[in-house]
Write a protein that binds this ligand. Structure first.
Ligand code: 6GU
Length: 223
């Protein structure tokens, strides 16, 4: 999978994409991520990328031309499954959409400013708009990092233990059961006996029960 991220703040993406599973996926050659600086496509000495809004509303608006030039350049090189704009008024991100996207070959993700992007970009160039929740972030970059992390970890082969991504919370519509490690007792707080029993049938049964109980109690809306 190839992911092209278009941003005015590419540095904001470096750390979240440069560690852990996302880094390993890139090192394994399963995912290629390119972050493009929209400013490189701005015109003039100042590489202008934003301008005053028509109508006089406050704040600067990201101009269509630099973004159009960059998107068309990329589209000329390959076919994209989707050209996504990160925005709080987009489709709310959830695991089914993440799973679908993990099968994409090429995807473009545009990060901008919700109030500050020329609307013609959204009308004519964008094929999908995604939000990561009902609150407002300063820009799309952190949201894009969340989306990329969620998608990359379910790309086949990225997580070596095949079952591990499939037992995540939400993959079966349920929250995950609790997990414990050594020591068996700390401060008098004991690990549940069943997990020390060595009886795999009993352990699976307990885990399913816990997943169901936690979902009913914490996220009844998922059931
Ligand atoms: Cl995708 N962008 C911004 N700016 N704010 C958000 C968001 C996206 N999702 C939730 N809030």
């Amino acid at each position: 999978m190839r992911i092209d991220i278009l941003s005015l703040l590419p540095e904001l993406m470096e750390s979240p994409l440069g560690h852990s599973i996302v880094k390993r996926a890139q090192n394994k050659g399963l995912v290629e991520i390119y972050v493009h600086n929209i400013r490189d496509y701005g015109k003039g000495t100042y590489r202008q990328v934003d301008d005053y809004a028509f109508g006089g509303s406050a704040g600067m608006v990201m101009m269509i031309e630099p973004i159009y030039t960059l998107i068309e350049k990329l589209k000329a090189e390959r076919t994209y499954d989707d050209i996504i704009f990160m925005t709080p008024d987009g489709e709310r991100l959830a695991q089914p959409l993440v799973n679908r996207m993990s099968g994409y070959t090429n995807v473009m993700i545009l990060c901008g400013h919700y109030k500050g992007i020329d609307h013609r970009i959204r009308e004519h160039l964008i094929t999908k708009e995604i939000s990561i929740g009902d609150y407002v972030l300063s820009g799309g970059e952190l949201a894009a990092a969340v989306l990329v992390d969620a998608v990359v970890r379910v790309v086949p082969g990225v997580i070596s233990d095949e079952t591990s991504a499939l037992t995540d919370s939400f993959q079966d519509g349920l929250l995950s059961p609790p997990v414990y490690t050594r020591p068996e007792e700390f401060n008098g707080w004991r690990v549940p006996d069943v997990l020390l029993s060595g009886n795999h049938r009993l352990i699976s049964h307990w885990e399913e029960e816990q997943a169901l109980e936690r979902t009913q109690r914490l996220r009844p809306d998922l059931l």
